[in-house]
Write a protein that binds this ligand. Structure first.
Ligand SMILES: *Cc1c(COP(=O)(O)O)cnc(C)c1O
Length: 494
């Protein structure tokens, strides 16, 4: 549309006004000026995060200056004890809640949240099973030594090769997402002579219509999204699975979303699933209801996630209530927490490169703090408008708190790490900046945008730092480009 110059100016003015007044307030309502812009909010940081007498932050009893000197920045730091403790806590919560009703829980770690072989070792040693959604995730879980019988495979478009590999490995359960996949898997399992005792265990993914993010519980359960079967179609799918000798239907599965607070959405979804379970068990044994993951964590000091014990109790109680109304026994339950296991255990360290005051209105200046990473190591703010917090990690400061936006180094104005935060106003180039609650969906969603190498992952515990994934080098980035000259005359970019 060709606008005249005054019209363009006017539309820009209108846009500016709209964005300032409603869409994106200059200071979000939830963000208060802190009493102490150095304080580490409880729940947001791993329990081991503390400041020493000089104000320097340490994680797992390793000072951030040591981490910077050894590994550089940006750096993903994972507190091993925090992951292990949280895995135990989550498992204990679901074990206790189900044991009260005489049933068992299986807790799968949803590996897409953060997947490295070390992470798999930690969570499996703490008693969790593992969920994967692709051949790549499966390969990492196997490389870590995970028992294939305790791996679940998901996904709405698993390839034939992925399904074949899963069946050959003896993957414990495969979640069927479509009729085409059902027939594909049946053929694969049949070709491998699987039947009766060796039949491949499968679950059917259903869409309960509960939209937990928006707290909209759709009455129809016909959700306009790609995963699973509508509740109304699940009976027919189950009947079909039960006709196939190479497959064994062990349960139904749902996953209502992510970063959910409160039990209402889970309880409503569970109720709908139990109604289906009641009908399906008339056609044969159906030992498992898998209720997925989605348990929320605190990203900022105002987030107040429901304790996992309360969530576990609330969900199991909802299932028990629905079963009791129908006079049917409770099935065993399975859960797939991802974020809540690893989210709080991760902190990303950056170095501040530039600080630039930007006057955004007559009475408000925002400090733009540019760090040496950005949307390539944390895509969530750009993808979801996710909010994070930040602290200067290398020191404390008595300077007055200033409103800042922490931004990355990418060629994109949406390259935001922390949309709004108060930091000491003397934040300066060379300071280390720490962004907490980055354990989940940061490393796993990382990209090479702008050909920025992906950061290393370091595990900290009891004063020790251990590299568990090395950082990418420029040579790694060039390695796949077949047009790069093969000779060695190129300068060393590492
Ligand atoms: C992503 C996902 C999970 C884990 O979700 P979190 O929010 O990380 O707990 C569990 N199950 C399925 C099927 C998923 O897609």
């Amino acid at each position: 549309m060709a606008l005249t110059r005054p019209a363009r100016a006017l539309s820009r003015l209108v846009l500016l006004f709209v964005s300032a007044s409603s869409d994106r307030p200059l200071v979000p309502e939830w963000l208060a000026v802190p009493e102490d812009a150095n304080a580490l909010a409880p729940l947001v940081w791993p329990a081991s995060a503390s400041r020493d007498a000089h104000g320097e932050l340490s994680l797992g009893a390793v000072p951030v200056s040591t981490l910077r000197a050894q590994f550089g920045t940006p750096l993903y730091v994972i507190d091993e004890d925090a992951v292990r403790a949280r895995a135990r806590e989550v498992k204990a919560a679901f074990d206790a809640a189900t044991a009260r009703h005489g049933i068992a829980a299986r807790v799968y770690y949803a590996s897409k949240a953060l997947l490295t072989t070390e992470i798999v070792r930690w969570v499996t040693q703490e008693g969790l099973a593992v969920d994967v959604a692709t051949g790549g995730e499966l390969a990492v879980a196997l490389a870590a030594g995970a028992d294939p019988g305790r791996i679940g495979l998901h996904g709405n478009n698993k390839s034939v090769a992925e399904l074949e590999r899963a069946v050959d490995l003896g993957v414990g359960s495969i979640v069927i997402d479509s009729l085409i996949e059902l027939e594909r898997l049946a053929a694969i399992a049949e070709r491998r002579g699987r039947s009766c005792d060796t039949a491949q265990s499968v679950l059917i993914r259903v869409n309960t219509g509960v939209h937990a993010e928006t707290h909209d519980f759709l009455a129809t359960a016909h959700e306009d999204q790609k995963f699973g079967f509508a509740l109304a179609d699940a009976e027919g799918v189950a009947a079909r699975v039960r006709e196939i000798p190479s497959l064994r239907l062990v349960g139904i599965h749902c996953h209502i979303g992510s970063q959910i607070f409160g039990t209402a959405g889970f309880a409503e979804s569970a109720a709908r699933l139990v109604e289906l379970y009641a009908r399906l068990r008339e056609g044969g044994d159906l030992p498992v209801l898998n209720l997925g993951g989605g348990f929320g964590i605190a990203y900022t000091s105002v987030d107040d996630p429901t304790p996992i014990e309360a969530l576990a109790d609330g969900i199991v109680e909802a299932v028990a209530r629905e079963c009791s109304v129908r006079g049917i026994p409770l099935p065993n339950l399975a859960f797939e927490p991802g974020r809540t296991v690893v989210g709080r255990a991760g902190v990303t360290l950056y170095e501040v490169g530039t600080v630039k005051p930007v006057v955004v209105s007559d009475d408000l200046t925002r400090l733009y703090v540019s760090v040496d990473g950005g949307m390539s190591d944390n895509a969530r703010p750009a993808l979801y408008g996710a909010q994070y917090s930040a602290r200067v990690a290398s020191r404390t400061s008595d300077a007055d708190a200033a409103l800042v936006r922490v931004v990355g180094r990418h060629c994109e104005s949406g390259d935001i790490v922390v949309d709004a935060e108060y930091l000491p106003g003397d934040v300066a180039p060379g300071d280390l900046l720490a962004v907490p609650a980055t354990g989940a969906y940061c490393f796993s969603l990382a990209s090479n945008y702008n050909y920025v190498p992906r950061p290393p992952v370091v595990a900290v515990s009891a004063g020790r730092a251990r590299l568990i994934v090395r950082g990418e080098t420029i040579d790694d980035l060039l390695a796949r480009d077949l047009g790069v000259a093969a000779d060695d005359s190129r300068e060393d970019h590492t």
